[in-house]
Each structure stands twice: as structure tokens, then as C-alpha cells.
Design a protein around this ligand. Structure first.
Ligand code: ADP
Ligand code: MG
Length: 460
């Protein structure tokens, strides 16, 4: 690792260094938080490695005067960890960086929405969501492999790529990873990532502003279109129609389309048949529920990244065994423990960990059924259990029904459509509405929130 100059590298070396530097950025985001990173560290660039010293640069002395005293030690520690073998890190001022742009810089600039130069249509990408940070196991190896393939090849070999699976299993992570990887390999390709909800919002906005041609142009001129959570366009006919035409136009131009959803294309209720069959046409990859072994490896990889806080293996194994619902919850539990360790500044025991995560374990362990929730809630509010399924709209039954739907959402692993079905065949949008209503009452109405707390305690 001596005497590398970033501007004199062959492409393999550059790729390796890019990846390592990206790892540094990911670690920095995790240590200092998104907003401090964006304000102070997003313009930090890798400059050169000379005589085992890693040189980083910032575009102004204003920035370096702040960054060096405040973040210098952190940056040095992280760089030494990532770029194994370097002696130290130096931060220099290089005003030319502002104008100069190479692949590395374009790539880095993606983290910042305002400098996302390729398209105003795209949502920002999370630098932590990359292929390096994605832990592969049996449940996600196919999805991972096809996502990597979609990023690697310039030529489109399957279209569309559909990733589907339950909440918190890594769909968004993989989609961001594809976007990052394409930007790194072929920065000239225009990649647009957004949720189906945002697509709909943009579409409606363009209709309102009578600017539909600009909308069409924006989405039909991309090289890679990545749409997250396609289930949101269920029931939205005109958005589906527009999406269908965008889809066809991109496929005709041999542009890559990547879609995610919470269930397989054929199960997407409320989506037109012609669109569903189009979606099934390419490669459809499912992200399955994780197994113990993968959960443990995900936590271990988090523990390696976060060396400041020590969480013992027995605790990690306990988490992996008991938090089975999804990776997001697993990560949340781990973060809660780290925050605790940092606050109290004492080593963590398994017993303390159990106490801290008491609520999560209960929710994961006791598999309460929706029928039990309906029974408990109707007893509590003194209504007939059959009213949970009935079409009566009177507040006295409708509100308890909404409460039961909300509790079903948070205490079980059932999906929104499954919950709707068990409440007298209601649509998933009704469940969403109920959950939102209860959440907002919970915040504003103290006596209501007390009822919910009591019910929740009785269930989990
Ligand atoms: P989804 O979009 O499927 O609901 P996300 O992609 O948002 O789920 O994942 C939820 C969280 O779990 C994210 O923080 C993500 O980084 C993490 N995660 C999921 N799967 C993995 C994995 N295999 N390796 C590492 N992190 C993962
Ligand atoms: Mg997601």
C-alpha cells in the first residue's frame, strides 16, 4: 500500500480503493450521524497514499479548520482500520477538488441530494446500503446474486428484475446497492431510484402542473429505473397506466428496470393483470425469512464495524435466536444495546440485555394470534367479537376494530393484506388507515393511549 496516487491508478486498483474509502465513509456516517456527515465530511476525498501515509483532502481551509480538531482522531482511527498497514492519515486542503471530478468523486457526490447531478427524479441513496455491507445467506443468496448481476452487466440480460419479500429483509438495501454499484462501474449511466409512492406523487404533480411531457421525458430517458415498494400503486389506476407505459418504453429501449414489492407480482392485488404479467416476465427473486445462522452473522458484522462498543458473543447469539421477525428489528435491538453501553459506560451482561430488550423479546416470542387480539379487544371495549368482522360503522365498534387492527400489525408478523382478510375481508388500505388513526390518537389523547398500553401489555 505505498505510493498509490489516485489519479495514476489502473482501474482495478481504483475500484479497490473506492471500495475501501466507501467503507470509511460508511463508518463515518455511523459514528457521527447523517447530518454531521453531510455538513462536514461529505466533501472529504481520498487523495493519495504515499509512504504509508493516507492523504485525504477537503476543498477549503474553512472545512479543514473544523474537521481536523473535531473529527480528525475518528477519521484517523477508521482509516487505519480500513486501510490496513497505513501509519497515519493526513488531511490536506485542495481547492481544485471543487471543480475536478473523477469517478470516485461522482460516486461520492451521490450521497448528497443537492449534488445528485443525474436526475432530480431520484431519491438520495444511503451510503450504508451497499453490497459490501450485505450479509449473504441461504434466504437471500439468489436475490443478492441477481442484484449483483444486474449491476455488473451493461447489457440488459433480464428485464425487469423483481425483488420481493416481507418487511425489513433487505429489499431497499439491495436496490441502493445496485444503484451504487452501477454508478461506480459505469458512472455515465443515468440511474434513478425512487419509491412507487414518490413516482405517483411526481405523476400527480405533473398532471396538476400540466407538465406531463416533462414527466414522461424524465422517466423515459433513464438507463436504469429502480422502483421500490411497488405495492403502493395498488388501486391507483392512472398511476399504473402511466407506469405501464414508462415500463414498456424502457424495455423497448433495452434499459434496465428493477422493482421491489412486499409480495410476488402475481399476488399484487389491485394491480392490473397486464402489469402483473409484465412484472413476472423477467427474473423474480424472493428474500425469504432469515435463519439463525444468517442473523448471527449479520450481528457479528455489525459488531466488527462498531469496535467502540463491545457486545459479547453470548448476547449476539441470544439476539439472533430470539429476534426472528426481520433484520430491521434485529438491528434496532443491537443499536439499543450499543446506546446503553455508551451511556452507562459499563460492560453489558446478558441479563441486562434481556431487560433492555424486554418488549422486543416478548413480541417475538409469544405468537399471539389475530383471533386472540380480536377477542381481547372486544372484551375490553365490551362489544361482540363478531363486530370485529362486521361492516358496522358506528364509532363504538369501528374504533375498537381499528385498535385491534393496529395491535395485529404490531404484535403479529402478519402482512397488511392478511390482517385485512382476517377482519371480515377488508382491504389492506383500510388496515393502513386504522393503524394511522390509532397512532395519531395515541399521540394526542392520553386516555386513549392508556387503553392501548394496557391492551398491549396483556397481549405480549
Ligand atoms: P426492506 O426494504 O426489505 O423492508 P431494508 O432493505 O430496509 O428492508 O432492510 C432493513 C434493515 O436491515 C436495513 O438497515 C438493512 O441494511 C438491514 N439488512 C437487511 N438484510 C441485511 C443483510 N443481509 N445484511 C446486512 N444488513 C441487512
Ligand atoms: Mg424497503
Amino acid at each position: 500500500m505505498d505510493n498509490f496516487r489516485i489519479d495514476k491508478l489502473d482501474s482495478d486498483q481504483e475500484t479497490i480503493l473506492n471500495k475501501l474509502f466507501m467503507k470509511v465513509q460508511v463508518n463515518l456516517v455511523e459514528e457521527v450521524g447523517q447530518s454531521a456527515f453531510k455538513s462536514w465530511l461529505s466533501s472529504l476525498r481520498l487523495n493519495k497514499i504515499d509512504n504509508n501515509i493516507l492523504y485525504l483532502s477537503l476543498p477549503s481551509s474553512f472545512l479543514s479548520d473544523w474537521v481536523i480538531p473535531h473529527y480528525g482522531n475518528k477519521i484517523d482511527t477508521i482509516c487505519k482500520r480500513v486501510f490496513v498497514g497505513i501509519k497515519k492519515t493526513k488531511i490536506v486542503v485542495n481547492p481544485k477538488l471543487k471543480e475536478k471530478s473523477n469517478n470516485l468523486h461522482d460516486f461520492v457526490d451521490l450521497t448528497n441530494k443537492s449534488t445528485f447531478k443525474y436526475s432530480s427524479a431520484s431519491s438520495p441513496l444511503d451510503p450504508r446500503f451497499n453490497f459490501l455491507n450485505f450479509v449473504v445467506g441461504k434466504s437471500n443468496e439468489f436475490a443478492f446474486a441477481v442484484a449483483k448481476k444486474a449491476a455488473e452487466v451493461n447489457k440488459v440480460s433480464f428485464n425487469p428484475l423483481v425483488l420481493f419479500g416481507g418487511v425489513g429483509l433487505g429489499k431497499t438495501h439491495l436496490m441502493h446497492a445496485v444503484a451504487w454499484d452501477i454508478k461506480e462501474r459505469t458512472p455515465e449511466r443515468k440511474v434513478v431510484y425512487l419509491s412507487a409512492e414518490k413516482f405517483m406523487y411526481e405523476f400527480v404533480k405533473s398532471l396538476r402542473q400540466k407538465d406531463i411531457m416533462a414527466f414522461k421525458e424524465k422517466f423515459r430517458s433513464v438507463d436504469v429505473l429502480i422502483i421500490d415498494d411497488i405495492q403502493f400503486i395498488a388501486g391507483k389506476e392512472s398511476t399504473q397506466e402511466e407506469f405501464f407505459h414508462t415500463f414498456n418504453s424502457l424495455v423497448d429501449q433495452k434499459k434496465q428496470i428493477i422493482i421491489s414489492g412486499d409480495r410476488s407480482p402475481s399476488d399484487l392485488e389491485g394491480v392490473e393483470e397486464r402489469l402483473r404479467s409484465r412484472l413476472s416476465f423477467g427474473v423474480v427473486a424472493e428474500l425469504h425469512k432469515t435463519d439463525y445462522e444468517l442473523r448471527a452473522r449479520i450481528l457479528k458484522s455489525k459488531a466488527i464495524e462498531n469496535k467502540n462498543v463491545k457486545v459479547d458473543n453470548d448476547i449476539i447469539e441470544y439476539l439472533a435466536k430470539n429476534i426472528t421477525s426481520n433484520v430491521r428489528e434485529l438491528e434496532g435491538a443491537y443499536r439499543r444495546l450499543c446506546a446503553h453501553v455508551e451511556l452507562v459506560n459499563r460492560p453489558l451482561t446478558l441479563d441486562t440485555a434481556k431487560q433492555i430488550l424486554h418488549d422486543i423479546f416478548k413480541a417475538n416470542n409469544k405468537n399471539v394470534t389475530i383471533e386472540e387480539i380480536q377477542k381481547r379487544v372486544s372484551e375490553y371495549f365490551n362489544i361482540k367479537q363478531s363486530d370485529m368482522l362486521s361492516t358496522r360503522r358506528a364509532r363504538a365498534v369501528a374504533r375498537p376494530r381499528q385498535v385491534a387492527m393496529y395491535l395485529s400489525k404490531i404484535c403479529t408478523t402478519k402482512s397488511l393484506p392478511e390482517i385485512g382478510k382476517l377482519f371480515g375481508g377488508r382491504d389492506h388500505t383500510t388496515v393502513i388507515h386504522a393503524v394511522k388513526k390509532v397512532e395519531s390518537l395515541y399521540k394526542t389523547d392520553i386516555s386513549f393511549s392508556e387503553h392501548i398500553k394496557v391492551l398491549k401489555r396483556s397481549l405480549i
